[in-house]
Write a new protein. Structure first.
Length: 156
């Protein structure tokens, strides 16, 4: 297979995967699909997740892709995909906030504070749990409390 044909095959495969990700979001949606913020948030979120995996694949230095397509072409695709990824994430965030506001009957500012507050609470909670574990303190009854390594503190 020629390099140009292989490159075209890779591109068609990646676009088909993106189309399949969008179709997954549309499963169960009545026809014609209602143009609401929730559907836009779901579709853009799924496409952003798929694109994140594609971006990892493009920069993974896979020998087949690197030799047949070329590292310069893969880097250009990665650059274009990065811009598209950021746009999809921003569309997802905006549509999710708009959908939250519509579902709760709130204005956009209040909904933004609510959604950002939920994400911050989740982030702080996850970071505080990991910081106590990494500092040598363990939760009673956790599997790490019975660790026999030199950095663990003995439990009673």
């Amino acid at each position: 297979m020629s390099p140009q044909r292989f490159t075209r095959t890779v591109l068609v495969t990646l676009w088909t995967g993106g189309l399949a990700a969008a179709m997954v979001a549309l499963l169960g949606v009545p026809t014609p699909p209602p143009p609401d913020a929730g559907l836009l948030a779901h579709v853009s979120g799924l496409l952003a997740g798929y694109l994140a995996a594609v971006m990892m694949l493009l920069m993974a230095r896979t020998p087949v892709l690197e030799h047949r397509v070329g590292p310069d072409v893969l880097a250009r695709w990665h650059a274009v995909g990065g811009r598209l990824f950021l746009a999809l994430v921003l569309v997802h965030a905006g549509a999710a906030v708009a959908s939250w506001a519509a579902a709760r009957g709130q204005d956009l500012l209040t909904a933004t504070v609510s959604v950002v507050g939920l994400h911050l609470l989740t982030y702080v909670g996850s970071r505080s749990r990991s910081s106590t574990s990494s500092a040598g303190r363990t939760w009673p009854g956790s599997p790490w409390s019975r660790c026999c390594g030199p950095s663990c503190t003995p439990t009673r």
